[in-house]
Write a protein that binds this ligand. Structure first.
Ligand code: ZN
Length: 433
């Protein structure tokens, strides 16, 4: 979730994460036998320490390096985005595109949308070296990617096409709102952008994600039966469980209950199915069903909507001041001129960058809720802790509290295992993994 948010306006509508993914996971959590589980202390802190001690030092060192490198990448992406905006503000190209498109496309919405797509394209091309490093080179270096360069690059092209289309339309819509609603644009603009996000979340599982992965019904069996019962008993309107070939891109373990209203679906990634025991799969899916049952998508849309509205207010104040000083030099004819998009994107990206801890905390709070809800449904704290250890592959397991507050959109492994062990101390073991 987090990476998408860093990237100014256009990225707000990119609801796909076709992350590049190399081979078998090259890390191993120390395996244990039944005797280990039987001897596990009931005390939550002691039990958590026992689980955490199973992460070999070299695995932890690598996870830390990977995850901490991500902090810097957030900064580099932000600064590079600012540099792209500055380049387009201080050179005549951007406003020439605007003027040419205005002449050719008489409808302001179309001209603004086309300009928006062109701006996103310029940003994509200019930041390609960093995207290549972050999405391909680095993922392969850490053994998380399974694609060769051609496959990765092909998916990048598809993603770029989708983001130009959806991002362009969103930008056209935002400037239509800016023209129509004057001083209140920040409010109606936030409503419009949140609506675009809601539509993207609703159509993503049906129209976008199948472009990148194959979704097949899970083979019949006891496990599928149990997952389906769990979903249906908790109001998820589904009649099937889908498995998708995430191993095409990555070794990451994950799952989701995605979509809104009619497009809801319970979806398992094949890495999870191949690398986790049935009890662990049940524990993970109970968490995902929790997101659905607790209405986390509509709630987060509302919370993001408030954050976007506040961000647009911030943009309004900062941009009016900057335009009064520099507007003529930048050839921008007021707030509603799409030629000001680089400035809007830069100021909004600054807002989102500063709001990173808040944004991560909004998501993290929901994740803690879904963890507890999932424990209540699956009643598998040991399987839950076991599968959490497998996420160490791509998330630093044991950060400090301030680091967790700022950078973690999911709680750390230690926090999540501790919550599961606290649940276990009160309500018991469930079945052993
Ligand atoms: Zn979750």
């Amino acid at each position: 979730m987090q990476q998408r948010w860093r990237w100014a306006l256009g990225a707000a509508v990119l609801a796909i994460a076709g992350l590049a993914g190399a081979a078998e996971p090259s890390f191993q959590i120390t395996p244990v036998d039944d005797a280990w589980f039987k001897a596990l202390p009931m005390d939550p802190q002691a039990a958590t320490n026992a689980f955490m001690a199973r992460i070999p030092p070299e695995v932890q060192a690598r996870a830390n390096a990977y995850f901490e490198g991500g902090y810097w990448l957030q900064l580099w992406n932000f600064l590079l985005g600012l540099a792209v905006a500055a380049l387009l503000l201080f050179t005549p190209w951007s406003t020439r595109w605007r003027d040419a498109l205005r002449q050719r496309l008489r409808r302001p919405f179309l001209a603004d949308a086309a300009y928006g797509a062109l701006y996103l394209l310029a940003g994509t091309v200019l930041t390609l070296p960093l995207s290549l490093y972050q999405g391909f080179v680095r993922e392969r270096a850490y053994g998380l990617a399974t694609q060769d360069f051609g496959a990765w690059f092909g998916e990048q092209l598809m993603q770029t096409g989708i983001s130009l289309l959806l991002g362009g339309l969103a930008i056209g819509l935002l400037y239509a709102v800016l023209r129509a609603s004057g001083a209140r644009w920040w409010l109606w603009g936030a409503v419009a952008m949140t609506s675009v996000m809601a539509v993207t979340i609703a159509i993503g599982p049906v129209f976008i994600e199948p472009l990148f992965n194959t979704y097949k019904p899970m083979p019949e069996g006891l496990l599928k039966d149990q997952l389906l019962r769990m979903a249906q008993a908790n109001g998820v309107p589904v009649d099937n469980v889908l498995v998708f070939d995430a191993s095409r891109q990555s070794t990451r373990v994950s799952a989701n209950v995605a979509g809104l209203m009619g497009t809801a679906a319970v979806r398992l990634n094949d890495n999870l199915l191949n690398r986790a025991s049935p009890d662990e799969v049940v524990a993970v899916m109970a968490h995902e069903i929790g997101h659905y049952a607790l209405n986390h998508i509509p709630k987060m849309l509302l919370e993001f909507g408030v954050l976007i509205a506040a961000g647009f207010l911030f943009c309004d104040a900062v941009m009016r001041a900057l335009l009064a000083r520099w507007g003529t030099r930048w050839r921008i004819q007021g707030m509603a001129d799409v030629g000001g998009l680089p400035l809007l994107a830069a100021v909004f990206a600054t807002w989102m960058f500063l709001a990173t801890p808040l944004l991560n905390t909004i998501i993290r709070v929901h994740e803690v809720e879904a963890d507890l809800w999932g424990l209540n449904l699956a009643r598998e704290p040991l399987a839950e802790a076991e599968v959490l250890l497998k996420l160490v592959e791509y998330r630093k397991p044991d950060p400090g509290p301030i680091e967790e507050f700022i950078f973690f959109d999911h709680p750390s492994t230690r926090t999540r295992v501790f919550n599961a062990m606290q649940w276990r101390a009160q309500l018991g073991d469930g079945a052993e993994p």
